[in-house]
Every structure is written in C-alpha cells, then in structure tokens.
Write a protein that binds this ligand. Structure first.
Ligand SMILES: [Zn+2]
Length: 223
C-alpha cells in the first residue's frame, strides 16, 4: 500500500537507497597543458548535476589555494571576450600548479550566473543592444545571480578541506562558502587584464555586483 510506503519512508528514511548531496564517483588522472591533475568526479544527487574538481598535488586541509569556477561555455571553451571567465580559469589552473597544490572546482549549472546557457545568450543579445549584464537578466525576468555554492562546499569537505585561500574577486562567493561551512582564510584576487570587449561588463561587475577589481582604475573611461 502506498500509505504504508509513506510511513515506512519516514521511519526508515536513513536506510533508503536514495542519496542526497554530492557523491564522489570517480578519480582519474588528468594531464593538462598546465600540469598533471586528478579529476575527481561527483554526482550531485540533489540537482542531478555532474561536477568535477581538479586537484593538484598534496592539498592538505588548511589554507588550500582554491578556485570555484562557474561554468561558462562561451568563455571557457570558445575564448569569448565578452567575459573574462576563460582567462580566469587558465590563471587559476596555472596558480595551483605554481603553488604546488590546490583545487579548481568547476561548477556545472552556473552558466550565466545560474540562469542557463540559452538565457545567458539572450542576455548577451540584450547587452549588444546597450543593456548592462544586470539589466539584461532583469529584463528577461531572471535573477541577477542564481548560483548556489552548497555543492562546492560539500566537494571541499569530501576532499578534507577545512579552509581555503579563495581565488575570486567576488565577495558574495566568499560569503556563500562561509555560510556553507568552509572557512575562507584569504581572498586571493584573480585579476585579468581587461580588453575593449569586456571593460563595460567588468565595470558593471564592480559597480553593481561589488566585485573587487582595482585594476580597472588604470583603464581610461572610453565612450
Ligand atoms: Zn563567462
């Protein structure tokens, strides 16, 4: 009877085979142009996303140099100059190799600050017409930032990490991680030289989303 099943689930919930959270499912060596990483794959049972953490060297538990990189197909794979994501990913991978150890968690489901690829492309089309990145999301009836960092915190905990030096310019990312129980010992700037195509986008991030981008001061305001 379905009624009984419901009752039993309440009592035996912990014995159910249904899992929640991020489950580590694979650990594979991944040689890259930056160095030899371990690609540790997770299945997020809550959201259904497949996630991967690239781990370099002997990371330890404290003050681990870490990047939580939000998936950006256009920036990471196509080399888009609309944003600085591709350069930030490369810089983060180089940084952990230079450090001798560290982690880059590549967060799927974060495309367009969590609105998805097609919505991001629609937002980019609106930006080509003069809206900024915040206005574009709002014009589509979408949140400015819908990203969740719970799974990132779970992955870090699974890797035995208690505190990180977080490579990010985004204070909200730091706050989110702390809220999910991972200490942030330091926020390490990840500043990419701006170009003509992304300077407006970067200024919007600074002015409307509180990103810490002091290097933009050196770039003259154009038309
Ligand atoms: Zn991007």
């Amino acid at each position: 009877m379905t009624e009984n099943t419901g009752v039993n689930l309440g009592v035996l919930g912990k014995k159910s085979s249904r899992r929640s959270g991020a489950e580590r499912v694979v650990n594979a060596p991944l040689p890259t142009v930056y160095g030899k990483f371990q690609a540790i794959g997770y299945l997020d049972h809550d959201r259904g996303d497949e996630q991967v953490a690239l781990v370099y060297g002997d990371i330890g538990a404290e003050n681990v140099l870490t990047r939580l990189h939000s998936e950006c197909l256009t920036g990471d794979a196509f080399g888009s100059r609309h944003c600085e994501c591709g350069d930030q990913l490369a810089s983060a991978l180089r940084a952990v190799v230079a450090e001798g150890s560290g982690i880059v968690v590549y967060l799927r489901g974060h495309e367009g600050r969590g609105i998805g690829l097609l919505a991001k492309l629609r937002a980019m089309a609106l930006q080509a017409e003069g809206l900024d990145t915040v206005e574009a999301n709002l014009a589509l009836g979408l949140p400015v930032d819908a990203r969740d960092y719970g799974v990132a915190a779970e992955i870090l905990r699974d890797l035995g990490v208690r505190s990180v030096r977080l490579m990010s310019n985004n204070p909200r990312k730091r706050e989110a991680l702390v809220r999910h129980g991972v200490q942030v010992a330091e926020q390490v700037p990840l500043l990419i030289e701006p170009c003509e195509s992304n300077i407006t986008y970067l200024r919007t991030k600074r002015e409307r989303m509180d990103h810490i981008l002091p290097h933009l001061d050196a770039v003259a305001h154009g038309s």
